[in-house]
Ligand binder design. Sequence first.
Ligand code: NI
Length: 173
Amino acid sequence: MSVLPILIHPDPRLKKRADEIDEITPDLRELADDMLATMYEAPGIGLAAPQVGVMKRILVMDCVKDDEAPPRPMVLLNPVVTETSEDMNTYEEGCLSIPEQYADVERPSEVTVTWTDLDGKEQTEHFTGLWATCVQHEIDHLDGKLFIDYLKPLKRQLITRKMQKLKRERARA
Ligand code: NI
């Protein structure tokens, strides 16, 4: 298992729609393992493949917050939101591709998602709370959408400029 470098916004790969997965290969399993290792190492609660430069519809997440509770690493292939609640919820979101920037984003508070697991089986689950926010945020990544795209243009530009500066600093280091 290896920890992969995470792309930082702005990057054209973070703005593109990722491709459907049509075959579960050993390489894909390895990618899933690496993405989980990368997410836990960051640390984060979700990671989508475009964030590590792979344009495939795969995401990983684990929103278990209680340190005493066992982890619940999840791998979702080709996830699709099939139902959304009318109730909305606002969470202060962040993103591993936009480090140290947080903002309130409103999304449906509950969603039903269907996906394929690593055994090729179709799974469906109803997500609530942080899990619901996280899965929507990660599916957005697969469609080339970032949480800052929900913010007012001025705020989004401010964050983008900060990230450009961070990238310049990192390139120099
Ligand atoms: Ni993100």
